[in-house]
Design a protein around this ligand. Sequence first.
Ligand code: EPZ
Length: 422
Amino acid sequence: MDKIIIEGGGHLKGTVEVSGAKNAALPILAATLLTEEKCVIKNVPMLRDVHTMIKILRSLDVKVQAEQNRVIVEPKKSGQYEASYKFVSTMRASVCLLGPLLAKKKKARVSMPGGCVIGQRPVDLHIKGLKALGASIKIEHGYIAATAKRLVGKNIFLGGAYGSSVLATANVLMAAVLAKGRTLIENAACEPEIVDLADFLVKMGAKIKGQGTPLIDIEGVKRLSGATHSVISDRIEAGTYVLAAAITDGDLLIEKANIEHLSALIDKLEQVGVSVVKKGTGIHVRRKAKILKSVDVTTMPYPGFPTDMQAQMMALASVSDGISVLTEKIFPDRFMHVSELNRMGADIFLEGASAIVKGTRKLSGAPVMASDLRASAALILAGLVAKGKTEISRVYHLDRGYEKIEEKLRNIGAKIKRVKEE
Ligand code: EPZ
């Protein structure tokens, strides 16, 4: 396994380019199963999770060519309809294959994703939505087995205990586009990645309205054709680089970042003393004040503050002045990064679903361990500003969601390298 070594200090300066959005590319690649015609997906980030999705498509007899950041998909007629545990266990997002497999092949068998370090990852909303469209679903031997002679449109309320569900919305959306009649998804996820998926489906011939709002209206069609689509930029990667500039008191231009997707983060950064403004085709980030103020954050479904930015924001709060409270309302256990940040000198304690961060304004480098994708990003941010050397092990977590991260950071002045873990 690799590890990343960072020599802290220094201010990040220059220009960094954001890749395509992992959380849009994954359901869009799954959606190519809805047609037998060729699809060309551009601006796809070459990440571990994307390679896993490509392996699953190939296991379903789909011809997939991936070169640079372009993926050409040519499904062939095939009776394959199972996404096996060996793939799903490494990437729970594979659950979004359920909808397209069911819609196109009338049956699907996808391994239960299992939990992960950010919490147990239920699929009750996925099952509720697909059953509402007429699927019969059994959980057997660790698999979700779904069949449906004919999917029929329905009004479906898809809100759960924690609000909307991104991939449950994706699954129901991808099933409804080939269902008979009209489907209304209420309390749908409004994330930009859902909008991007819907935009791709519309290019394939689907009839969808309301994407990006809590009410998505779908008129089923008989078939979908191939399409070419360029994936939106990754707002979480962009937000991570915004915080990298903020935490190192740098001056960064983040190319291809879509400022409209970062409103909740920018709102909080304005409060702590960081300016983020649109500049050309990107966004420009720099501190307005020498010392950053504390901030209170509660994670919510989009357009609220994203749970995928909570760990990174905690790293920033650790070096700000005063006490910050970060409350996690989406994945209440998503605090694996706290103990590792405290090893670096942060002063954080947990109170239920909230982390109380006493800004210490200085961190010291230490050997730490990555646990989940965004916790790893938080450790990178902390390492950039800590005094001395930080060694982050198990960086395969990072490779799931950040394309060429050490190369991108080195190009803007970070002292960072990747070494093989002996
Ligand atoms: C997506 O996961 C993202 N992954 C996650 O990003 C992100 O953290 C999450 O949305 C929330 O924004 C992808 O898009 C591949 P949810 P998803 O269903 O869809 C509960 C990353 O770092 N829930 O929106 O699996 C669930 O437990 C990853 O890139 C149910 O109760 O998340 C959670 O509390 C991590 N029943 C809440 O809803 C269900 O059937 C939101 O989860 C499904 C979810």
